[in-house]
Design a protein around this ligand. Structure first.
Ligand code: FAD
Length: 124
């Protein structure tokens, strides 16, 4: 399958969604490949009583604080809600989720590298 995008992101969880939001901010195109039908797949399978061990102030993704009324250490389900909301808030993050367990990604011979991303701002 050929993808026509500046960047390919594997995984629609915290890292993938944050990367997508930053790429979008700089006008780069991207495709997110996610092995499941949901965002935050990993978090959905952690044990029920899990809470973040990092404070919400340092756990939020670029551009979206966690709600003021949430506890300092949000619960697992809140993290899942936050990731879903983050995806919705950034619209195209991810624009596409595709089933791709165990897939690999390679640049087509002769295609130019996208180059470094600069100018991404983390705002909250
Ligand atoms: C019990 C536990 C508690 C944690 N608590 C904290 C905490 O309090 N604070 C903190 O900062 N971090 C914590 N972490 C670490 C946490 O997992 C990461 O911060 C965060 O989830 C990493 O996000 P990620 O997007 O890199 O990876 P993940 O959240 O693991 O997401 C990876 C995504 O990639 C997808 N994927 C994997 N392989 C493929 C493939 N081949 N093709 C397509 N999609 C694929 C998966 O389905 C998944 O959606 C904890 C981890 C664990 C296990």
């Amino acid at each position: 399958m050929a993808l026509d995008a500046d960047a390919v992101i594997i995984g629609a969880s915290a890292a993938g969604l944050a990367t997508a939001a930053c790429l979008k901010q700089t006008g780069r195109s991207f495709e997110i490949l996610e092995a499941t039908e949901v965002v935050g797949n990993t978090w959905r399978h952690h044990y029920d009583r899990l809470h973040l061990h990092t404070p919400k102030s340092g756990s939020a993704l670029p551009g979206l604080k966690m709600p003021r009324e949430w506890p300092r250490y949000p619960a697992r389900d809140q993290v899942v809600d936050y990731l879903q909301h983050y995806r919705a808030r950034h619209g195209s993050a991810p624009a596409t989720t595709r089933r791709s367990p165990g897939s690999s990604v390679a640049r087509e011979p002769g295609s130019p590298p996208a180059g470094p991303v600069s100018g991404a701002r983390a705002t909250s």
